[in-house]
Design a protein around this ligand. Structure first.
Ligand SMILES: Cc1cc2nc3c(=O)[nH]c(=O)nc-3n(C[C@H](O)[C@H](O)[C@H](O)COP(=O)(O)OP(=O)(O)OC[C@H]3O[C@@H](n4cnc5c(N)ncnc54)[C@H](O)[C@@H]3O)c2cc1C
Length: 437
């Protein structure tokens, strides 16, 4: 199946985005040109692969990580920067499928991962937003449902989400679209590309060997282990971990067909100066609760960083800027006339069940993929359970067993994803018409 590489840029280089324009972490890693051996070979240098490398070095194992392009080149270095607990699948649906206790254990992996990200950021404060806290606002006039949801999440996720009234919200975010919501006090905004490179350097400092522009082209059995062949070298490893997400191509049929590559987008405006205050005065990142939601944050130089949308048509350039700006103006019509600076997209790997796919395909062949649109923290949870399994025989990765490698609908995937998005938009519009009288 053809991957929409329109948003990939030249093979090996970062696309033009806010992140690549503000990349200021040491991030050069060599190309693999030799035959080498390693206890573990990780394939894919996004958040999932790098977190697995960190988890391994912290447990005394020195892996090799190969990245086909650059560290954080995929979704991990292009995303919306919202880092909070939970998965793409809502906590209520997880409880429904696996029961409350199992769901609590799954969700606590992400609260632990969020704490770990903060620890790994340490005193590199520039890697995260200035103010902790992410605000989730309701698009619908349904206060009781919002309150019930908060109570449920605080119980199941062990978090402390706080109710915000519509007056509080509209006092800082001047949109008539917003009703009540809640603040996730522990959520943070992260410069995802800088963080990804910082984390890779941490892994390297701990003894991992990292190679960029070294795509795996073949994986074969080798004795009791595996041989991973790259374009110019190879790795013989006892165990391998596949973390290629939506950019996997045809490297492994089973893993490749278990997720859909779904494209989503971000827009960066010009600096808005004083005009920003006519729309946004709050310091928190904001997302709304529609299926087809938008999320955004402000940057210190008064730009709006605006994300959302799903489209199989791969809009780019001026067309993408316009699509994203139109969404922004639905929420903040008072900003009509502002200019877009740059807009970009990236691919998320979505399983049909919307939960990460984490496990062992056959002895010594591990995978962590399918983090969908909530991968910042979940990838780190994945890296932790896989590295703990490899290093210590820990079995927490089995918590993900109910969410297997179901066929995700390729080659019709993009059409399925687009149609689902349109249906969700209709559902959102109908709900708003019904509730927001
Ligand atoms: C625009 C956008 C906004 C988003 N916003 C948010 C957000 O605000 N919060 C949130 O939590 N999540 C968000 N997400 C989702 C999140 O970014 C992903 O879930 C997460 O980054 C997935 O990480 P990953 O490591 O699994 O995949 P990726 O980051 O895509 O990494 C996969 C890597 O594997 C490499 N690779 C592929 N094939 C090979 C090969 N053969 N050999 C070697 N390397 C290979 C690729 O080059 C790539 O670098 C967003 C995603 C996008 C696209």
């Amino acid at each position: 199946m053809a991957i929409p590489y329109e948003h990939a840029g030249e093979r090996g280089e970062y696309i033009d985005s806010y992140y690549s324009r503000t990349l200021d972490v040491e991030n050069e890693f060599p190309e693999l040109t030799d035959q080498i051996t390693a206890p573990v070979c990780i394939i894919g240098g996004g958040m999932a692969g790098v977190a697995t490398a960190q988890g391994l070095v912290e447990r005394g194992i020195k892996p090799v990580l190969i990245e086909g392009n650059r560290i954080g080149w995929g979704a991990s270095g292009r995303n919306g920067s919202f880092c909070s607990a939970g998965y793409s699948l809502g906590a209520d649906k997880i409880v429904k499928k696996v029961g409350k206790q199992h769901a609590k254990e799954l969700l606590s992996l992400t609260t632990e991962a969020l704490a770990l990200i903060k620890k790994r950021i340490g005193d590199r404060k520039e890697l995260r937003g200035e103010t902790d806290g992410l605000l989730n606002v309701s698009w619908f006039d349904e206060r009781a449902a919002v309150e019930k949801n908060i109570e449920f999440m605080n119980d199941v996720m062990g978090v402390d989400y706080k109710f915000w009234s519509r007056e509080q919200i509209r006092g800082l975010y001047h949109s008539k679209r917003y009703y009540d919501g809640y603040l996730k006090g522990c959520g943070i905004q992260v410069h995802s590309l800088n963080y990804n490179c910082h984390a890779a350097k941490q892994a390297e400092d701990g003894g991992a060997r990292i190679f960029e522009k070294s795509p795996a082209v073949n994986i074969t059995k080798h004795g009791n282990g595996w041989k991973v062949t790259t374009e110019k070298g190879s790795i013989i490893a006892d165990q391998i971990v596949m973390c290629c997400s939506a950019y996997i191509g045809n490297l492994n049929f089973r893993l490749s067909t278990a997720t859909l590559p779904v494209a989503t987008y971000v827009l960066l405006t010009e600096p808005l100066g004083e005009r920003l205050k006519s729309a946004v005065e709050g310091p928190y990142g904001v997302s709304d609760n529609r299926f087809s939601s938008n999320y955004y944050r402000t940057l210190p130089d008064s730009r709006l960083f605006w994300g959302g949308r799903v489209s199989m048509f791969n809009p780019s350039g001026e067309k993408l800027k316009k699509i994203m700006m139109d969404d922004l103006l639905v929420v903040y019509p008072q900003l009509r006339g502002i200019k877009a600076d740059v807009a970009w997209g990236g691919l998320m790997g979505y399983p049909a069940h919307k939960m990460p796919q984490i496990g062992e395909l056959e002895p010594g062949f591990w995978y962590a993929q399918g983090f969908g649109g909530s991968g910042m923290t979940a990838t780190v949870a994945g890296g932790e359970v896989v590295s703990a399994a490899i290093a210590n025989g820990d079995e927490r990765y089995k918590l993900f067993e109910p969410y297997g490698l179901d066929y995700a609908g390729k080659p019709f995937g993009p059409i399925v994803a687009q149609t689902a998005y349109w249906l969700f938009q209709l559902q959102d519009a109908y709900k708003a018409w019904r509730l927001n009288k």
